[in-house]
Design a protein around this ligand. Structure first.
Ligand SMILES: Cc1cc2nc3c(=O)[nH]c(=O)nc-3n(C[C@H](O)[C@H](O)[C@H](O)COP(=O)(O)OP(=O)(O)OC[C@H]3O[C@@H](n4cnc5c(N)ncnc54)[C@H](O)[C@@H]3O)c2cc1C
Length: 418
């Protein structure tokens, strides 16, 4: 059995970036995944590197919205009735963590991580030579209701207070940035100027994985069957080679809970499933940057393959059958705003955002399990934050001074070892 200083489980954006940071600190590293790097959640997202994403997506607390979701009248959230018994405990904790006071704490804890996201990505893409996959155009939130624009104005002011570019747009200003958007049903937009947009998120992760190998990191393509603490190290059983690490880092995204449950580390993690599908724009129509239709709940993001239409959240067991109803329901709404033509995909892609109730990732040592490190749960912002939180977890693993206080992300806030 080959032993490494560190074994990183899962090669999404979070695992690849972690493996790079550990390699850069001189550790021998194996990165294990059953698929190629960046082929799951880190491939299917909307490609936004959301420098502005500090406000958490809270569970709605007003009865009208909750009833709307419960009656399946809304397009931004859906659920499987048959999955409710298994997802209800997570939903209750998510609801409890969504009070204004607790959301404020999450907002504050997010600030140092999001402040690092652009420079952490930039360092990797410069070294990997993949800057061409990213445009520095920002993105736009669209409003159909005046009340939504007014609500967003409050958040925009908060963002400007922390030095971010957030400009309210009337329909004329919106059309100056996006001439092919039909503003007849819109009440303006909000342009977030700082974020970057990726035209192929999976390809960006693959470019980072190539950098990792160039730095001397090893990749193991195999299904992970389980892990066990044995003789002072972590043994990883796979359907390929069995390997071991002094340190074991779990970066399995939405699959992390399953592995940890088996070693007795229990976390209240849930998933928010999401779909995407690509469409050809009609004629010469062009979208210059991603737009989110805030009052309907979808994103249209210009990508290498076409315009990627992504859905909001679906609450269901991670492995429940795909039901891309939300995409079907938002498609006509999206076509009101931008001329989407035929789909270029045979079917919708389905993925799952890994989510903790307080909407913060888990970053740090697992209690009572020496050498076991947890790094997942980035929810709506894993593509944004992976490189930044990889720096933090690597600093913790190698005993360096972390660039920010890691306490808000510690697994200790939830975990109990059996
Ligand atoms: C529709 C949608 C839109 C999104 N839009 C954005 C966005 O615009 N910006 C943003 O920042 N974030 C976005 N996100 C969230 C973001 O995509 C995720 O937070 C992020 O990709 C999670 O990365 P990860 O590395 O933790 O997980 P993953 O990318 O899922 O990686 C986990 C890896 O573990 C591997 N694995 C699992 N089990 C095993 C096993 N038993 N053996 C071997 N390998 C295994 C998988 O193959 C996978 O490669 C979006 C998500 C969705 C669903």
């Amino acid at each position: 059995m080959t032993t490494y200083d560190a074994v990183v489980l899962g090669a999404g954006i979070v695992g690849v970036a972690t493996a790079i940071q550990l390699r850069k600190r001189g550790l021998s590293v194996a990165l294990v995944d059953r698929r190629g790097p960046g082929e799951e959640t880190s491939h299917g997202n909307a490609g936004l590197i959301q420098r502005e994403g500090v406000h958490p997506y809270v569970f709605p607390r007003d009865p009208r919205t909750i009833i709307g979701v419960a009656l399946k009248r809304r397009t931004d959230a859906d659920y499987h009735l048959s999955s409710l018994p298994s997802v209800a405990p997570f939903l209750m904790r998510y609801f409890a963590a969504s009070t204004p006071e607790r959301a404020r704490k999450t907002f504050e804890a997010n600030i140092p991580l999001f402040a690092r996201c652009l420079e952490a990505h930039e360092a990797l893409m410069m070294e990997a030579g993949s800057q061409d996959l990213v445009r520095k155009t920002g993105w736009i939130k669209l409003f159909r209701k005046q009340a939504s624009a007014e609500e967003a104005d409050v958040q925009a002011r908060e963002l400007r207070e922390i030095g971010l570019a957030a400009s309210m747009l009337d329909n004329e200003a919106l059309n100056a940035l996006e001439p092919d958007i039909d503003t007849s049903r819109l009440a303006g937009g909000l342009h977030y100027g700082d974020p970057w947009c990726c035209s192929n998120p999976g390809a960006l992760v693959k470019s980072y994985a190539a950098l990792y190998e160039k730095l001397g990191g090893e990749t193991v393509t195999a299904e992970i069957a389980g892990v066990q603490r044995r003789d002072g190290q972590w043994a990883v059983t796979t359907n390929g080679p069995d390997i071991a690490g002094e340190q074991l880092v779990v970066t399995l995204g939405p699959w992390s809970k399953r592995l940890l449950d088996a070693v007795g580390v229990t976390l209240p993690m849930g998933v928010k499933r999401g779909y995407h599908r690509h469409y050809k724009p009609e004629g010469e129509a062009k979208l210059n940057r991603p737009v989110l239709d805030g009052d309907v709940g979808y994103v249209m993001a210009p990508m290498a393959r076409g315009v990627r239409l992504t859905s909001g959240a679906e609450f269901a067991r991670q492995d429940a059958p795909a039901t891309p109803r939300q995409l079907q329901r938002v498609l006509p709404k999206a076509r009101e705003v931008f001329p989407l033509g035929e789909s270029v995909d045979e079917r919708a892609w389905l993925g799952a955002r890994p989510v903790l109730p307080d909407m913060l990732p888990v970053i740090g040592a697992a209690p009572k399990n020496p050498g076991l490190w947890l790094h997942f749960g980035h929810a709506h912002h894993g593509f944004t934050l992976g490189p930044a939180t990889a720096e933090l977890v690597s600093q913790l693993i190698t005993g360096e001074t972390p660039y920010c206080d890691p306490a808000p992300y510690s697994p200790q806030r939830f975990t109990r070892a059996r």
